[in-house]
Design a protein around this ligand. Sequence first.
Ligand code: PLP
Length: 460
Amino acid sequence: MNAPHLKSNSTKQWQDKDSAHLLHPFMSHPDLRKKGARIVTGAEGVYIFDSEGNKILDGMAGLWCTQIGYGNEELVEAATNAMRQLPYYNLFFMTSQPYAIELAAKIAEKAPGNIDQVHFATSGSEAVDTAYKLIKYYWNLKGQPQRKQFISRDRAYHGSTTVAASLCGLTGMHPQFDLPIEGIHHVSPAPYYFENGGDLTPEEFTDVCVKAIEDKILEVGPENVAAFVGEPVMGAGGMIPPPPGYWKKVEAVCRKYGIIMWCDEVICGWGRTGEWFGSQYFDIEPDIITMAKGLSSGYQPISAVAMGGDLAKTIRDGDEEMVHGFTYSGHPVACAVALKNIEIMERDNLIGEGAKDRIDYFQEQLASLSDHPIVGETRGLGFLGAIELVKDKKTKERFEVEGSDAGFICREHCFNNGLVMRSVGNTMILSPPIIITKDEIDELVTKARRALDLTAKDLG
Ligand code: PLP
């Protein structure tokens, strides 16, 4: 499939122009220049198409975001209609518009607990920065201005603006930009049982992880701590579902010390775990949630911060102007697309009971890969999956690959065999569109096994 509206160039011409002018996110540009970018020209359902005519099953839903798949005409129509009716207007100066109003109400309806206030932004990172600022503002309004310390976790990913990158526990993100900023603390170990669990049972490991959070709060001084932030399931850090009971215990610790509990649901929100939000999956009620990606299935850049309880009430009822917001907060076209996206998820039963059968099948098929000689573990929940690559299944010893990772090799084999599977070090990650069918799951797992075979051959 070609992109007919684009000037018809050859792959090579696009690659050369790309190398000449485009700075990519998270990219080694010398590597890119050497190899040339894969040029993606179109997409339909769960597939993307490249400029060489390859059809590739997108096991990552773009960047964990195209929940309802590509090429959905209803979203195109929603965007077109909104663009005709109200292509832009802002929410400043005592104005509002129906698209933002309806979407805020819809988010409040779907969100867990008593969440009822919503502020819009365009990216996940902006939502994270917004949450960070509003939590600080809250504590200022509460007369506790010393509560400015934020607790995050090793391996966390919260985005790439200055605050969001500082909250990340992926330390490679810090030195280039003199980060992290002050007042951010990262707790170890990450709740990553395969890597950090050692001889402990999963339940014992839960207690170790939760104690590390409580110890950090006590070290910083509970009266100084503003919030604890965490992704319900760690995403970019390696698709790491927490060990059993972890979130209920973390919630109890936050409540014990009166600390704001902030769930960053940029990945987990909007059906990724099988529930509307990851916090509902783990049966917790955060004070504040950041979301993006699946909110519009990635068709429009839109994110939101949603909050409830005293946090929301204090900010909403503060006498002074809340001096924060963006030109594109609540953009009408983005809100229209998000509203239609949520309507489709509801109508087509893509979340909850309606997804259960396909989720069970996806998890079963994923687990079937655990017999592969280089697979140390498969794990997953909802439409999320991970495969750990190891040299030795018993000892979990990893492959040593000069200048690279086993995961990178496997990722290349996937791509060359018609599957997008992302790698984080030695971990392969799956997060397909949540509309994926059982036949497409079979295709995904068959292609994943072939890529594992080829990786084993390369490393053997
Ligand atoms: N928070 C989480 C949990 C994420 O996974 C991401 C992106 O992957 C972000 C925040 C940042 O979102 P964005 O890339 O839209 O700024």
